[in-house]
Design a binder for this molecule. Structure first.
Ligand code: COA
Length: 254
């Protein structure tokens, strides 16, 4: 079965991350499929709302680390950046249902969703520094805005997980549910939105976002340039190799 499932019904396009044996980590091919699905959803008048979901045990373990080593994203047209721009500029409602680990982009993509529903097992983390990298998806702008500077620094510098209750408190998620119910609940909310006048939804979203849309896109470009440099630098190489070899990284020489 495909690692990205796309299903459209009743005006809702549901995109499912479906690579459970690798904890729904995302390869560059998967980013390309995700970006294409978002493009289709934007263009197709029959799609009024998009929802992204994983499995009740895991949402997404971030970027596939082997892929980072083999196929580091080259330039702003790399599939990962296409996907990030697509979700940052998506004009229609975008929802997510998140259960279990949401690592790296598994958390940062939520910053671009309008509604997020979490299983009570959700664990959010942005361990970019621990991988010798820096934030992406405009998270270096949006996380401080959402969490306040000091909590953002903790989340982005220490990279330790925070859980559903904390995510609810800061407004990263709308509601906490049993993991077995999160996808269905988010789908029901998506259907509610799909029954509303689309032009009003689109205008409401545009007006809420327009103040910093350009800032978000510019931040993504700046982050992308730094991220690209850091991906091939010694600290990231050591972190990725350590992950593949199932050992702790040794940053003492970098
Ligand atoms: N890239 C590639 N493979 C990954 C992966 C990733 N991001 N995340 C998990 N996997 C693989 C593991 O290597 C493991 O492979 P194996 O069966 O060959 O040993 C398999 O998926 C299962 O993962 P495991 O770590 O055993 O599951 P877990 O339930 O104990 O932990 C996570 C789940 C998500 C907490 C943990 O896998 C993890 O921290 N992954 C890395 C996250 C990360 O740093 N992502 C990059 C962010 S930019």
């Amino acid at each position: 079965m495909s690692d990205i499932l796309v299903h459209a019904e009743a005006g809702v396009m549901t995109i499912t991350l479906n690579r459970l044996d690798r904890k729904n980590s995302i390869t560059s091919d998967m980013y390309a499929k995700l970006a294409d699905a978002m493009g289709t959803a934007q263009a197709d008048e029959g799609v009024r709302v998009v929802m992204i979901q994983g499995h009740e045990t895991v949402f997404c373990a971030g970027n596939d680390i082997g892929d980072f080593l083999d196929k580091p994203p080259a330039g702003q047209d790399a599939p990962v950046f296409r996907f990030l721009r697509a979700i940052a500029t998506f004009p229609k409602p975008l929802l997510a249902a998140v259960c279990g680990p949401a690592v790296g982009i598994g958390t940062t993509m939520l910053l671009h969703c309008d509604l997020v529903y979490a299983g009570d097992n959700a664990a959010f983390s942005m361990p970019f520094v621990n991988l010798g990298l820096c934030p992406e998806a405009a998270s270096s702008l949006l996380v401080p805005q959402m969490l306040g500077y000091h909590r953002a620094a903790e989340a982005l510098m220490l990279g330790e997980p925070f859980f559903a209750e904390a995510a609810l408190e800061v407004g990263l998620v709308n509601r906490i549910l049993p993991p077995t119910e999160a996808n269905n609940y988010a789908n029901a909310q998506a259907r509610k939105l799909a029954a509303k006048p689309l032009a009003s939804l689109v205008e409401t979203k545009r007006l809420m976002k327009k103040g910093q849309q350009q800032l978000v896109l510019q931040q993504m470009v700046d982050e992308g340039e730094a991220f690209g440099r850091m991906l091939v630098a010694p600290a990231a190489k050591e972190a990725f190799t350590a992950f593949m070899e199932k050992r702790k990284p040794d940053f003492s020489k970098v």
